[in-house]
Design a protein around this ligand. Structure first.
Ligand code: PBG
Length: 316
């Protein structure tokens, strides 16, 4: 019996997600007669130590995964569960994404005081988020809103709704669901109001590329119906070079099959790039069968319309 060492950040969300994945993997092992056990190893990352600075100022998302990836390469741990949206587009040499399990709700959610919806918030209401993607789109939708930066894990952000006197905060619905806090959601934001982050709601399971036993198990856990749309979104992001925190969103879905003879399932991808103050939001939707090409085509359309100038300004 092999014990798989699963690295996890210490945040409540990371530990909860890791726990769900281990439970799913145990079920697969029972069903398939595979002899694996699992144990969790907690790892403190740089991102966890500097929760008071805006992410874009300290070097972006990679901060949460670097130490975990090093531990995998060092064989201190064997695998790690990431939120797809925190996973950098390029994995280090020697590591692979072994599975993308079935996606949870990809939408952003409004958590407001008094149960008001986005449209019902009073003139000039203070809304907390530190994601440029969310603030850019909300500013565009409701220019009167005052977007305020809040960082921290979802538990501390929910507390800040009370302690900082905010009217509302925006969080990923998936995180609230996984924590069992979905009753805090006042409204699911439509894609028109707020297109989600690339990969939002999906998880990725990273392991060493030479760990064949584990990769075999992870193949059984992979959900191709999730992996393809997430691939399209991530290809879109990497063409736009969206590694660091920039106002970029994307969401891909499967279109219902049509009745034509040579019908194959098609994906539909919407991508957006916005100015941080919301004055300009570029959005494109295309459909296609190949997720990689689809991601590239939506990105190129936005580049034709000036996406790179917007992003250069944000990064500059
Ligand atoms: N950036 C942090 C983060 N990474 C993943 C989730 C939620 C779960 C998910 O999107 O899969 C969150 C919290 C949030 O944005 O509200």
């Amino acid at each position: 019996m092999r014990t798989i060492k699963v690295g996890s950040r210490q945040s409540a969300l990371a530990l909860t997600q890791t726990g769900y994945v281990i439970q799913d993997l145990r079920n697969i092992c029972d069903r398939e007669g595979l002899a694996f056990d699992f144990e969790v190893h907690k790892i403190v990352t740089k991102g966890d130590l500097i929760l008071d600075v805006t992410l874009s100022k300290v070097g972006g998302k990679g901060l949460f995964v670097k130490e975990i990836e090093q531990a995998m390469l060092d064989r201190t741990i064997d695998m790690a569960v990431h939120s797809m949206k925190d996973m950098p587009s390029e994995l280090p040499e020697g590591l692979v994404n072994g599975a993308v399990p079935r996606r949870a709700d990809p939408r952003d959610a409004l958590v407001s005081r008094g149960g008001l919806t986005l449209d019902q918030l009073p003139e000039g209401a203070r809304v907390g988020t530190s994601s440029l993607r969310r603030s850019s789109q909300l500013k565009s939708y409701r220019p009167d809103l005052q977007l305020e930066s809040i960082r921290g894990n979802i538990d501390s952000r929910l507390r800040k709704l009370e302690t900082e006197g905010l009217d509302a905060i925006i969080l990923a619905a998936a995180g609230l669901y996984r924590m069992g806090w979905e009753d805090r959601i006042t409204e699911y934001l439509s894609e028109e109001a707020c297109l989600p982050a690339v990969g939002q709601g999906a998880l990725g399971i990273e392991c060493r590329e030479d760990d064949e036993e584990l990769l075999h198990l992870l193949t059984l856990y992979n959900d191709p119906a999730t992996a393809a749309p997430v691939m399209a979104e991530r290809r879109f992001l990497s063409v736009l070079n969206g590694g660091c925190q920039v106002p970029i969103g994307a969401h891909a879905v499967w279109l219902p099959e049509d009745d034509s003879l040579n019908s194959e399932n098609k994906l539909q991808l919407t991508g957006m790039v916005g100015m941080p103050d919301g004055r300009l939001i570029l959005k494109e939707t295309l459909s296609g069968k190949d997720p990689v090409r689809l991601g590239e085509e939506v990105a190129w359309r936005l580049i034709d319309r000036g996406a790179e100038q917007i992003l250069a300004e944000v990064r500059g």
